[in-house]
Design a protein around this ligand. Structure first.
Ligand SMILES: Cc1cc2nc3c(=O)[nH]c(=O)nc-3n(C[C@H](O)[C@H](O)[C@H](O)COP(=O)(O)OP(=O)(O)OC[C@H]3O[C@@H](n4cnc5c(N)ncnc54)[C@H](O)[C@@H]3O)c2cc1C
Length: 368
Protein backbone atom coordinates (compact mmCIF):
# COMPACT_ATOMS: atom_id res chain seq x y z
CA UNK A 1 0.00 0.00 0.00
CA UNK A 2 1.35 3.42 -0.90
CA UNK A 3 0.48 6.50 1.14
CA UNK A 4 0.88 10.16 0.25
CA UNK A 5 2.26 10.83 3.73
CA UNK A 6 3.68 8.54 6.37
CA UNK A 7 4.06 10.28 9.71
CA UNK A 8 6.40 8.77 12.25
CA UNK A 9 5.34 9.65 15.80
CA UNK A 10 1.85 9.91 17.25
CA UNK A 11 2.47 12.69 19.73
CA UNK A 12 0.59 15.96 19.40
CA UNK A 13 2.65 17.11 16.42
CA UNK A 14 2.46 13.94 14.36
CA UNK A 15 -1.23 13.39 15.08
CA UNK A 16 -2.32 16.98 14.52
CA UNK A 17 -0.32 17.22 11.28
CA UNK A 18 -1.96 14.01 10.12
CA UNK A 19 -5.39 15.55 10.73
CA UNK A 20 -4.45 18.58 8.65
CA UNK A 21 -3.15 16.49 5.77
CA UNK A 22 -6.06 14.05 5.93
CA UNK A 23 -8.50 16.97 5.75
CA UNK A 24 -6.65 18.14 2.64
CA UNK A 25 -7.48 14.82 0.98
CA UNK A 26 -4.09 13.12 1.43
CA UNK A 27 -3.78 9.39 2.20
CA UNK A 28 -2.02 9.44 5.57
CA UNK A 29 -0.59 6.74 7.84
CA UNK A 30 0.62 7.53 11.38
CA UNK A 31 3.03 5.14 13.13
CA UNK A 32 3.34 5.24 16.90
CA UNK A 33 5.56 2.86 18.85
CA UNK A 34 3.62 3.23 22.13
CA UNK A 35 0.30 1.46 22.72
CA UNK A 36 -1.60 4.73 22.28
CA UNK A 37 -1.22 8.29 20.97
CA UNK A 38 0.22 11.13 23.08
CA UNK A 39 2.02 9.03 25.67
CA UNK A 40 5.41 10.76 25.72
CA UNK A 41 6.37 14.47 25.80
CA UNK A 42 2.87 15.51 24.76
CA UNK A 43 1.56 13.99 27.99
CA UNK A 44 4.46 14.42 30.43
CA UNK A 45 4.92 18.16 30.32
CA UNK A 46 3.87 21.18 32.31
CA UNK A 47 0.57 21.55 30.44
CA UNK A 48 0.94 25.29 30.14
CA UNK A 49 -0.88 26.98 27.28
CA UNK A 50 1.73 29.63 26.68
CA UNK A 51 0.62 33.25 26.43
CA UNK A 52 4.09 34.70 25.91
CA UNK A 53 4.79 35.59 29.58
CA UNK A 54 7.50 32.98 29.82
CA UNK A 55 9.72 34.53 27.19
CA UNK A 56 10.93 38.00 28.19
CA UNK A 57 14.29 37.14 26.63
CA UNK A 58 12.89 36.05 23.28
CA UNK A 59 10.50 38.57 21.80
CA UNK A 60 9.84 36.43 18.74
CA UNK A 61 8.75 33.40 20.79
CA UNK A 62 6.62 35.67 22.98
CA UNK A 63 4.92 37.26 19.96
CA UNK A 64 4.33 33.90 18.23
CA UNK A 65 2.76 32.68 21.49
CA UNK A 66 0.41 35.68 21.47
CA UNK A 67 -0.65 34.84 17.91
CA UNK A 68 -1.06 31.09 18.49
CA UNK A 69 -2.73 31.21 21.92
CA UNK A 70 -6.22 32.23 20.70
CA UNK A 71 -6.11 29.72 17.84
CA UNK A 72 -5.06 26.84 20.10
CA UNK A 73 -7.51 27.86 22.83
CA UNK A 74 -10.38 27.98 20.38
CA UNK A 75 -9.58 24.67 18.72
CA UNK A 76 -9.13 22.89 22.06
CA UNK A 77 -11.54 24.99 24.14
CA UNK A 78 -13.05 21.97 25.89
CA UNK A 79 -9.58 20.53 26.66
CA UNK A 80 -8.39 23.61 28.53
CA UNK A 81 -8.65 24.69 32.15
CA UNK A 82 -9.01 28.48 32.15
CA UNK A 83 -10.78 28.79 35.47
CA UNK A 84 -7.76 29.22 37.73
CA UNK A 85 -6.14 32.58 38.55
CA UNK A 86 -2.61 32.84 37.24
CA UNK A 87 0.17 34.85 38.89
CA UNK A 88 3.69 35.65 37.77
CA UNK A 89 6.00 36.78 40.56
CA UNK A 90 9.31 38.49 39.85
CA UNK A 91 12.13 37.62 42.22
CA UNK A 92 14.25 40.37 43.77
CA UNK A 93 17.65 38.69 43.44
CA UNK A 94 19.44 36.71 40.72
CA UNK A 95 16.72 37.59 38.23
CA UNK A 96 17.22 38.42 34.58
CA UNK A 97 14.30 40.88 34.45
CA UNK A 98 12.92 43.14 37.15
CA UNK A 99 9.24 43.84 37.79
CA UNK A 100 9.10 47.01 35.71
CA UNK A 101 10.89 45.36 32.77
CA UNK A 102 8.47 42.44 32.94
CA UNK A 103 5.45 44.76 32.98
CA UNK A 104 6.78 46.72 30.01
CA UNK A 105 7.57 43.52 28.14
CA UNK A 106 3.98 42.28 28.65
CA UNK A 107 2.58 45.59 27.43
CA UNK A 108 4.83 45.39 24.38
CA UNK A 109 3.54 41.95 23.42
CA UNK A 110 0.00 42.97 24.40
CA UNK A 111 -0.31 40.30 27.06
CA UNK A 112 -2.87 41.23 29.73
CA UNK A 113 -1.19 42.06 33.04
CA UNK A 114 -2.16 43.85 36.23
CA UNK A 115 -0.89 44.08 39.78
CA UNK A 116 -2.06 41.09 41.81
CA UNK A 117 -4.51 41.74 44.67
CA UNK A 118 -2.97 42.47 48.07
CA UNK A 119 -4.11 39.13 49.55
CA UNK A 120 -2.19 37.32 46.80
CA UNK A 121 0.91 39.50 47.23
CA UNK A 122 0.83 38.48 50.91
CA UNK A 123 1.37 34.84 49.94
CA UNK A 124 4.92 35.68 48.81
CA UNK A 125 8.00 36.48 50.85
CA UNK A 126 8.34 40.25 50.35
CA UNK A 127 12.13 40.06 50.90
CA UNK A 128 12.59 37.75 47.93
CA UNK A 129 9.79 38.77 45.59
CA UNK A 130 9.71 42.23 44.05
CA UNK A 131 6.37 42.20 42.24
CA UNK A 132 3.40 39.91 41.67
CA UNK A 133 1.16 40.20 38.61
CA UNK A 134 -2.16 38.70 37.60
CA UNK A 135 -1.91 37.35 34.05
CA UNK A 136 -4.04 35.28 31.68
CA UNK A 137 -2.69 31.79 31.22
CA UNK A 138 -4.31 28.37 30.93
CA UNK A 139 -3.51 24.69 31.33
CA UNK A 140 -4.35 21.94 28.84
CA UNK A 141 -5.59 18.45 29.55
CA UNK A 142 -3.46 16.08 27.46
CA UNK A 143 -5.93 13.20 27.87
CA UNK A 144 -8.80 15.29 26.50
CA UNK A 145 -6.58 16.51 23.65
CA UNK A 146 -5.73 12.90 22.81
CA UNK A 147 -9.41 11.99 22.70
CA UNK A 148 -10.13 14.98 20.48
CA UNK A 149 -7.27 13.99 18.15
CA UNK A 150 -8.60 10.44 17.86
CA UNK A 151 -11.95 11.87 16.72
CA UNK A 152 -10.26 14.36 14.38
CA UNK A 153 -8.08 11.61 12.86
CA UNK A 154 -11.06 9.36 12.25
CA UNK A 155 -13.04 12.20 10.67
CA UNK A 156 -10.08 13.03 8.42
CA UNK A 157 -9.77 9.40 7.30
CA UNK A 158 -6.24 8.94 8.70
CA UNK A 159 -4.97 5.42 9.38
CA UNK A 160 -3.15 5.03 12.71
CA UNK A 161 -1.01 2.08 13.72
CA UNK A 162 0.04 2.06 17.36
CA UNK A 163 2.57 -0.39 18.78
CA UNK A 164 4.47 0.08 15.53
CA UNK A 165 7.97 1.48 15.26
CA UNK A 166 9.59 2.99 12.16
CA UNK A 167 13.10 1.53 12.00
CA UNK A 168 14.56 3.06 8.84
CA UNK A 169 13.70 5.30 5.92
CA UNK A 170 15.22 4.75 2.49
CA UNK A 171 14.69 5.71 -1.13
CA UNK A 172 12.05 3.69 -3.00
CA UNK A 173 11.28 3.40 -6.70
CA UNK A 174 8.63 6.15 -6.51
CA UNK A 175 9.22 7.86 -3.20
CA UNK A 176 10.33 6.61 0.19
CA UNK A 177 10.18 3.25 1.89
CA UNK A 178 9.80 2.96 5.64
CA UNK A 179 10.84 -0.24 7.36
CA UNK A 180 8.63 -0.82 10.34
CA UNK A 181 8.23 -3.35 13.10
CA UNK A 182 5.20 -4.27 15.16
CA UNK A 183 4.39 -7.22 17.38
CA UNK A 184 3.81 -9.33 14.27
CA UNK A 185 7.19 -8.75 12.62
CA UNK A 186 8.77 -6.44 10.08
CA UNK A 187 7.28 -4.83 7.02
CA UNK A 188 7.92 -2.15 4.42
CA UNK A 189 5.52 0.66 3.55
CA UNK A 190 5.88 3.11 0.71
CA UNK A 191 4.99 6.78 0.90
CA UNK A 192 5.48 9.90 -1.19
CA UNK A 193 6.60 11.88 1.83
CA UNK A 194 7.71 10.95 5.32
CA UNK A 195 7.49 13.30 8.30
CA UNK A 196 9.70 12.45 11.24
CA UNK A 197 7.78 13.82 14.26
CA UNK A 198 9.50 11.77 16.94
CA UNK A 199 10.74 14.71 19.08
CA UNK A 200 13.42 13.25 21.39
CA UNK A 201 14.07 10.40 18.91
CA UNK A 202 14.41 12.40 15.71
CA UNK A 203 18.08 11.51 15.41
CA UNK A 204 17.44 7.86 16.23
CA UNK A 205 15.60 7.46 12.91
CA UNK A 206 18.14 9.68 11.12
CA UNK A 207 21.07 7.58 12.35
CA UNK A 208 19.37 4.30 11.45
CA UNK A 209 18.68 5.71 7.98
CA UNK A 210 22.29 6.78 7.45
CA UNK A 211 21.39 10.48 7.70
CA UNK A 212 23.32 13.09 9.67
CA UNK A 213 22.24 13.99 13.19
CA UNK A 214 20.50 17.30 13.78
CA UNK A 215 22.00 19.34 16.64
CA UNK A 216 19.63 18.95 19.61
CA UNK A 217 19.83 19.36 23.34
CA UNK A 218 18.11 16.80 25.54
CA UNK A 219 17.46 16.78 29.26
CA UNK A 220 15.80 14.31 31.58
CA UNK A 221 13.09 16.40 33.19
CA UNK A 222 11.13 15.68 36.37
CA UNK A 223 7.62 16.99 36.74
CA UNK A 224 6.42 16.57 40.31
CA UNK A 225 2.70 16.12 40.77
CA UNK A 226 1.39 17.56 44.00
CA UNK A 227 -1.79 18.36 45.85
CA UNK A 228 -1.46 22.08 46.40
CA UNK A 229 -1.90 23.71 49.79
CA UNK A 230 -5.26 25.35 50.42
CA UNK A 231 -3.78 28.82 49.82
CA UNK A 232 -2.90 27.89 46.22
CA UNK A 233 -6.17 26.14 45.37
CA UNK A 234 -7.60 27.65 42.16
CA UNK A 235 -4.35 29.51 41.53
CA UNK A 236 -1.30 28.90 39.36
CA UNK A 237 2.02 30.49 40.24
CA UNK A 238 5.24 31.07 38.34
CA UNK A 239 8.25 32.75 39.95
CA UNK A 240 10.82 34.07 37.51
CA UNK A 241 13.28 34.93 35.99
CA UNK A 242 16.42 33.19 37.16
CA UNK A 243 15.22 31.55 40.40
CA UNK A 244 12.33 30.08 38.58
CA UNK A 245 9.65 27.63 39.59
CA UNK A 246 6.00 26.94 38.82
CA UNK A 247 3.09 25.28 40.54
CA UNK A 248 -0.01 25.11 38.37
CA UNK A 249 -2.89 22.80 37.49
CA UNK A 250 -2.11 19.57 35.63
CA UNK A 251 -5.63 18.82 34.40
CA UNK A 252 -4.94 15.33 33.01
CA UNK A 253 -4.48 14.06 36.57
CA UNK A 254 -6.44 16.56 38.62
CA UNK A 255 -3.18 17.50 40.39
CA UNK A 256 -0.73 20.38 40.23
CA UNK A 257 2.58 20.19 38.42
CA UNK A 258 5.56 21.53 40.32
CA UNK A 259 8.82 22.26 38.51
CA UNK A 260 11.98 24.17 39.31
CA UNK A 261 14.44 25.47 36.75
CA UNK A 262 17.47 24.22 38.70
CA UNK A 263 16.21 20.80 39.80
CA UNK A 264 13.74 19.69 37.13
CA UNK A 265 16.56 18.82 34.70
CA UNK A 266 18.37 15.79 36.17
CA UNK A 267 20.89 15.40 33.41
CA UNK A 268 21.42 16.88 29.97
CA UNK A 269 23.37 16.14 26.82
CA UNK A 270 23.80 17.29 23.26
CA UNK A 271 23.38 15.33 20.07
CA UNK A 272 24.82 16.13 16.69
CA UNK A 273 27.38 18.58 17.99
CA UNK A 274 30.42 16.38 17.95
CA UNK A 275 30.03 15.13 21.55
CA UNK A 276 29.55 11.60 22.79
CA UNK A 277 26.74 9.63 21.18
CA UNK A 278 23.96 9.25 23.76
CA UNK A 279 22.00 7.04 21.31
CA UNK A 280 18.30 6.40 21.95
CA UNK A 281 17.07 9.03 24.43
CA UNK A 282 14.18 6.83 25.65
CA UNK A 283 16.49 3.88 26.29
CA UNK A 284 18.81 6.21 28.17
CA UNK A 285 15.92 7.41 30.35
CA UNK A 286 14.87 3.82 31.07
CA UNK A 287 18.40 2.88 32.14
CA UNK A 288 18.69 5.72 34.65
CA UNK A 289 17.91 5.27 38.32
CA UNK A 290 16.33 8.56 39.26
CA UNK A 291 15.72 9.90 42.73
CA UNK A 292 13.16 12.66 42.93
CA UNK A 293 14.51 16.18 43.42
CA UNK A 294 11.21 17.22 45.06
CA UNK A 295 12.79 17.93 48.44
CA UNK A 296 15.36 20.25 46.86
CA UNK A 297 12.72 21.96 44.71
CA UNK A 298 10.53 22.51 47.72
CA UNK A 299 13.36 23.72 49.96
CA UNK A 300 14.09 26.54 47.52
CA UNK A 301 10.54 27.35 46.39
CA UNK A 302 9.04 27.63 49.86
CA UNK A 303 11.44 30.47 50.63
CA UNK A 304 9.51 32.48 48.02
CA UNK A 305 6.09 31.00 48.62
CA UNK A 306 5.96 29.69 52.23
CA UNK A 307 2.55 27.99 51.92
CA UNK A 308 4.11 25.48 49.48
CA UNK A 309 5.53 23.73 52.54
CA UNK A 310 2.00 22.34 53.07
CA UNK A 311 1.81 20.78 49.60
CA UNK A 312 1.55 16.98 49.36
CA UNK A 313 3.88 15.19 46.99
CA UNK A 314 2.06 12.55 44.92
CA UNK A 315 4.52 11.27 42.32
CA UNK A 316 6.84 12.39 39.55
CA UNK A 317 6.70 12.08 35.78
CA UNK A 318 10.07 11.79 34.09
CA UNK A 319 10.46 12.57 30.41
CA UNK A 320 13.07 13.58 27.87
CA UNK A 321 12.79 17.26 27.03
CA UNK A 322 14.35 18.25 23.73
CA UNK A 323 15.12 21.76 22.56
CA UNK A 324 17.24 23.35 19.87
CA UNK A 325 20.73 24.34 21.07
CA UNK A 326 20.01 27.98 20.22
CA UNK A 327 17.25 27.99 22.89
CA UNK A 328 19.77 27.59 25.67
CA UNK A 329 20.78 31.25 25.70
CA UNK A 330 17.41 32.97 25.44
CA UNK A 331 14.95 30.18 26.32
CA UNK A 332 13.24 30.66 22.94
CA UNK A 333 11.06 27.94 21.42
CA UNK A 334 11.38 28.08 17.61
CA UNK A 335 10.24 25.12 15.54
CA UNK A 336 12.58 22.71 13.81
CA UNK A 337 11.53 22.18 10.21
CA UNK A 338 14.02 20.41 7.94
CA UNK A 339 12.51 19.71 4.54
CA UNK A 340 14.10 17.05 2.28
CA UNK A 341 16.57 16.22 5.03
CA UNK A 342 19.12 14.00 3.32
CA UNK A 343 16.40 12.29 1.25
CA UNK A 344 13.91 13.99 -1.09
CA UNK A 345 10.50 13.91 0.62
CA UNK A 346 11.84 13.27 4.12
CA UNK A 347 11.14 16.07 6.62
CA UNK A 348 12.11 16.37 10.30
CA UNK A 349 9.73 18.44 12.42
CA UNK A 350 9.81 19.45 16.07
CA UNK A 351 7.91 22.03 18.07
CA UNK A 352 9.13 23.35 21.42
CA UNK A 353 5.57 23.76 22.71
CA UNK A 354 2.14 22.60 21.61
CA UNK A 355 0.91 25.85 20.06
CA UNK A 356 3.94 25.79 17.71
CA UNK A 357 1.83 23.44 15.59
CA UNK A 358 0.33 26.41 13.77
CA UNK A 359 3.83 27.60 12.81
CA UNK A 360 4.50 24.12 11.39
CA UNK A 361 1.31 24.33 9.28
CA UNK A 362 2.65 27.56 7.78
CA UNK A 363 5.97 25.93 6.87
CA UNK A 364 4.20 22.94 5.42
CA UNK A 365 1.97 25.03 3.18
CA UNK A 366 4.91 27.27 2.19
CA UNK A 367 6.72 24.15 1.03
CA UNK A 368 3.71 22.73 -0.80
C1 LIG B 1 9.22 18.42 30.81
C2 LIG B 1 8.53 19.11 29.68
C3 LIG B 1 7.75 20.26 29.92
C4 LIG B 1 7.11 20.89 28.86
N1 LIG B 1 6.22 21.88 29.13
C5 LIG B 1 5.42 22.35 28.13
C6 LIG B 1 4.33 23.23 28.41
O1 LIG B 1 4.07 23.58 29.56
N2 LIG B 1 3.59 23.66 27.36
C7 LIG B 1 3.83 23.28 26.07
O2 LIG B 1 3.10 23.71 25.15
N3 LIG B 1 4.84 22.44 25.78
C8 LIG B 1 5.63 21.96 26.78
N4 LIG B 1 6.63 21.07 26.50
C9 LIG B 1 6.94 20.77 25.10
C10 LIG B 1 5.91 19.83 24.49
O3 LIG B 1 5.65 18.77 25.36
C11 LIG B 1 6.46 19.34 23.15
O4 LIG B 1 6.74 20.45 22.33
C12 LIG B 1 5.46 18.47 22.41
O5 LIG B 1 4.85 17.53 23.26
C13 LIG B 1 6.16 17.75 21.30
O6 LIG B 1 5.21 16.95 20.65
P1 LIG B 1 5.70 15.79 19.71
O7 LIG B 1 4.51 15.18 19.11
O8 LIG B 1 6.74 16.34 18.79
O9 LIG B 1 6.50 14.82 20.69
P2 LIG B 1 5.98 13.48 21.51
O10 LIG B 1 4.70 13.74 22.20
O11 LIG B 1 7.13 13.03 22.30
O12 LIG B 1 5.67 12.51 20.33
C14 LIG B 1 6.68 11.80 19.63
C15 LIG B 1 6.15 10.41 19.46
O13 LIG B 1 6.99 9.69 18.60
C16 LIG B 1 6.95 8.33 19.02
N5 LIG B 1 8.10 7.67 18.41
C17 LIG B 1 9.42 7.89 18.65
N6 LIG B 1 10.18 7.16 17.81
C18 LIG B 1 9.32 6.46 17.02
C19 LIG B 1 9.52 5.56 15.94
N7 LIG B 1 10.73 5.27 15.47
N8 LIG B 1 8.42 5.00 15.37
C20 LIG B 1 7.17 5.30 15.81
N9 LIG B 1 6.93 6.17 16.82
C21 LIG B 1 8.01 6.76 17.40
C22 LIG B 1 7.01 8.43 20.50
O14 LIG B 1 6.56 7.26 21.14
C23 LIG B 1 6.11 9.64 20.76
O15 LIG B 1 4.78 9.28 21.03
C24 LIG B 1 7.30 20.41 27.54
C25 LIG B 1 8.07 19.29 27.30
C26 LIG B 1 8.65 18.60 28.36
C27 LIG B 1 9.36 17.31 28.09
Amino acid sequence: MRYDYLIVGGGFFGARLAVELGRAGQQVLVLEREHDLMQRASYANQARVHGGYHYPRSLLTALRSRVNLPVFSEEYADCIDDRFEKYYAIATNFTKVNGEQFRMFCERIEAPIRRAPEKVQMLFNADLVEAVFTVEEYAFDAVKIKQRLIDQLAAAGVEVRTGTEARRVKRGPQGLIVELADGGGEQEVEAGRVLNCTYARINELNRASGLPEIPLKHEIAEICLIDPPEELGGKGVTVMCGPFFSAMPFPARGKYSFTHVRYTPHTEWHEGMGGADASDAYAYLERLTLNSAYIKMLADAKRYLPSLAKAHYVESLYEVKTVLPQSEGDDSRPILYKEDYGLPGYTCIMGGKLDNIYDVFKELSRNG
